[in-house]
Each structure stands twice: as C-alpha cells, then as structure tokens.
Design a protein around this ligand. Structure first.
Ligand SMILES: C[S@@+](CC[C@H](N)C(=O)[O-])C[C@H]1O[C@@H](n2cnc3c(N)ncnc32)[C@H](O)[C@@H]1O
Length: 251
C-alpha cells in the first residue's frame, strides 16, 4: 500500500479567519485530524464529515498526549495510506515542535508538508495595534521563550541589550524573573510593555504597562496563559481602538 502523507498545519493565533487558504484545503483533504490544545475548534468546520478527529493536547492540569506517542501515531496512520492533518496553534515552526516532527516523519519515510500559520507573537500584539517592528523605534524583533524544557533561563541580560523588541512566548509563569533579569541587564524601568492573553479571540484580554510595573499590572488584571509579553518601545503604540480586525470579523 502506498503511504499517505502528513500536513503539519499552523492554525494561527485563534481567530479562525486567520487560517490560510492552504490550511483550509489541507483540512478538507485529511482523513485524520490531530488537534493541539491551542487550536480554535472552529477549524473543524473545514474538515470532512467522515474525518476522524483526535484531540492530542489538554490544558488545565490534564495530561497532554506524549509527543513520542503522537509521532508514532502519525507514522502508523500515514503508513496505512491516510492523509493526516496535524494542527497546531500559531506556526508549527515557532515554538511548535514542528522541526522535531518533520525530522521524525522524514526518518520514517513519510512525506510531510508544512503549512505556515500566523504566529501568536506577531498576531496578538497586532490585535492591540502593536507592530513588532517599527523602523523609528527598534532594530528588529526577538522571539524568545520564557519557559525552557530544561529549566535554563534565556540570557535576559544579553536580550536587554539587543536593541530589539522582545516578544516572549510562555512567559507568564516566570514573569517576575524575566522582568528583573531585563532590568538588571540595563533596560529602563520605563520601557513600555504589554501582555495579551488569548489574542485575536473573543476572550482576548490585555494590559499595557512599563517594565517596572509589569508584574503588578498583570497580577491586578488577573491575566494568565496563553499570553504574549511584548517589551520595547513599540508596546507604547498599543491602541484602545485596535487597528486589526481582531475578533470583529471582516464583513
Ligand atoms: C507552545 S507555544 C506555541 C506557539 C505557536 N506555535 C505560535 O506560533 O504562536 C504556546 C504559547 O504561545 C503563545 N500563544 C499562543 N496562542 C496565543 C494567543 N492566542 N494569545 C496569546 N498568546 C498565545 C503563548 O505564549 C503560549 O504559551
């Protein structure tokens, strides 16, 4: 029997209208859909009625399906000739384990196609009107995780001196140490900062602050994960009247 294939699909930050046309086409072609926890279930409107949908991620203290099990399952399904859609939040290649999965599938001789999604680190700030780059304000943008697998911390001291906007994924649990590391690295206490939870979704909730006051502002607002933290001059461009369509769908 001929092998099927795996589509590694980025579903974007949440708003289902931010799916790409390619993602919609691949969802419609799939026999089996493996859904990660951060994916908006509204994407299921694009799958075939006879497709099998498997939830492979759980939040809120529940155990997620082990990564090795998901990879084995994808290989088994593809070897049976199925078309598999592995659907992840944001972009599969930005803190999405996409690189690991592509390598494993290729080693197993499975054909894999990556379909990019809009990463939360760009879309969530944009939903507040924050451009992560602005040529008058920053030399660029650094996407960085606030939570590492082995517990090691990114070099906040060096990042403070990078001259770039810092866009921090998975930073909420370590926000206090992140803020103090950046201050110790020389960032001004007055550096603008923003945190956006559930960006682009109807449950979007955000605050703007300064680096010095960020932790107390976030705590007072009761913000939690999943959230993007933006540190840098561009965060001051957050607008009460967001310029992206966010969850107000295009008419
Ligand atoms: C494992 S990473 C996945 C990132 C994803 N691959 C991407 O490109 O956006 C999960 C983190 O992404 C961020 N995130 C994902 N969706 C988000 C959203 N709608 N709003 C804010 N942050 C989000 C949060 O920092 C969350 O902890």
């Amino acid at each position: 029997m001929q092998n099927g294939k795996v589509y590694l699909i980025g579903a974007g930050p949440g708003d289902v209208e931010l799916l790409t046309l390619k993602a919609v086409r691949a969802l419609a072609a799939a026999d089996v859909i493996l859904l990660d926890d951060l994916v908006n279930r509204d994407v299921l409107q694009y799958v075939r009625g006879d497709a099998q949908v498997v939830e492979v991620g759980k939040r809120g203290g529940c155990r997620s399906t082990p990564q090795a099990f998901i990879e084995r399952r994808m290989i088994q399904l593809a070897k049976k000739g199925h078309v598999v859609a592995r659907v992840k939040g944001g972009d599969p290649f930005v803190f999405g384990r996409g690189g690991e999965e592509v390598a494993t599938l290729r080693r197993a001789g499975i054909s894999v196609e990556v379909i990019n999604g809009i990463t939360a680190g760009i879309a969530a700030p944009a939903a507040l009107g924050i451009p992560v780059t602005h040529r008058a304000l920053t030399h660029g943008v650094t996407l960085v995780t606030g939570h590492t697998r082995d517990g090691s911390a990114p070099d906040w001291f060096a990042l403070a001196r990078s001259g770039t906007t810092l866009v921090i994924y998975m930073g909420m649990a370590n926000l206090t140490s992140i803020a103090s590391g950046l201050l110790a690295g020389g960032l001004s206490p007055q550096t603008p900062a923003a945190v956006i939870q559930n960006g682009t979704l109807p449950t979007q909730h955000s605050v703007t602050s300064t680096l010095a006051r960020l932790v107390e502002t976030v705590a007072a607002a009761g913000l939690g994960s999943p959230a993007i933290v933006v540190i840098g001059a561009v965060a001051a461009l957050a607008d009460a009247q967001p310029c992206s369509s966010a969850w107000q769908h295009v008419a």
